[in-house]
Design a protein around this ligand. Structure first.
Ligand code: SF4
Length: 338
């Protein structure tokens, strides 16, 4: 099931971000080069308009770097980013600013992204001023009231006069969401938006974000290490391992019928609902730590931890992501045998 080009809002093609390591004078003089860190190493995916697309992986998988590339906070080493049919990989300052108005980011720690001396009204007016949104004080206040109402902080007038420290973690994440909505974006990039919020409030915040997405017809790129929220929240997911996508497809299909051994390990690590524990990736039922992106294993990059690895997995070329039907892609050459 291929995606109709007209439905696509964001298309990433063979995107790479390699960081050149800092060289000390001694290393330069001795000619000992440190290895390049391949944080994102050739990923491709397309997100449909109005879709919630999840990027899943443990720390070091490259998912957060991918989010920064999409937000144009860092430049890619190679590859392209197309938004609404326009190549935005390399844009001048003005076009980047216009792009960032259409594609907004929700951060993991809403408190860190707010000036603690600003009242909530000022926190929300700041992007209107930065982006020179026309209107005086009265018009801006109307926009602020509307945005706070959209994230269900009622009555909005009461919250406008508070400072960030007077709000709960969940309320602060609602304000952070309202601050993105005030610019009428087309897409939100949400990097672990509920990981710093009380367990009891996480579902409520995701529910609110889903309502907003549906009501306003937004598209989300949802970045998380947490497969259990991804299942509830996303339409499709891509599972990342060491800078590459190893499996991708409809969220239900990938989670109910995982094909790649890494995805299977992630799913096996999801706790029983009664324990309420959602920090799943710290206890993967596979051996060892994720290797360093400066030292990627040859062949299939998962072979050092894969319980099904055979000698050919490290000896042969890296397996490509292939479509096995119904838009379900996976990158294990032995997937039929396991
Ligand atoms: Fe495991 Fe080999 Fe498949 Fe890689 S190709 S996931 S090492 S079985």
């Amino acid at each position: 099931m291929s995606i109709d080009k007209n439905d696509v809002i964001l298309e990433i093609k063979d995107l790479k971000k390699h960081f050149a390591p800092h060289q000390s004078l001694a290393q330069t003089l001795t000619g000992k080069n440190r290895k390049v860190v391949k944080a994102v190493d050739g990923i491709s995916f397309a997100i449909r308009r109005g879709e919630i697309f999840g990027l899943i992986g443990e720390s070091g998988s490259g998912k957060t770097t991918t989010g920064k590339l999409v937000m144009k906070l860092i430049d890619p080493t190679s590859g392209t980013i197309e938004f609404n049919g326009e190549d935005v990989t390399k844009t001048d300052k003005e076009r980047t600013k216009a792009y960032r108005r259409q594609v907004q980011m929700i951060f993991q720690d809403p408190y860190a992204s707010m000036n603690p001396r600003f009242k909530i009204k000022d926190v929300l007016e700041e992007p209107l001023i930065i982006h020179k949104i026309p209107g005086g004080h009265v018009e801006h206040e109307e926009m602020i009231v509307k945005a706070l109402t959209e994230v269900k902080l009622n009555p909005p007038e009461e919250f406008m006069g508070r400072y960030p420290h007077m709000l709960s973690g969940g309320q602060r994440q609602r304000v952070a969401t309202a601050r993105t909505l005030i610019l009428n974006p087309l897409m939100l990039v949400a990097d672990e938006p509920v990981s710093m919020i009380d367990l009891s409030t996480r579902a409520e915040i995701l529910h609110m974000m889903k309502d907003v997405q549906r009501d306003l017809g937004l598209t989300y790129l949802y970045i998380t290490h947490d497969l259990s929220t991804a299942r509830y929240f996303t339409d499709r997911i891509a599972v990342m391992y060491l800078g590459r996508i190893v499996e991708m497809g409809d969220a239900d299909d990938v989670i109910d019928h995982p094909l790649h051994p890494y995805t299977k390990a992630l799913i096996d690590a999801v706790p029983e609902p009664e324990t309420g524990k959602v920090d799943v990736i710290k206890e993967l039922p596979i051996s060892g730590e994720i290797p360093s992106p400066a030292n990627i294993p040859p062949g299939c990059r998962f072979h050092t931890r894969c319980p099904y690895a055979k000698p050919e997995c490290s000896a042969e070329a890296e397996p490509e992501l292939i479509d096995v039907g119904n838009g379900h892609y996976q990158a294990c050459r032995r997937y039929k045998e396991i």
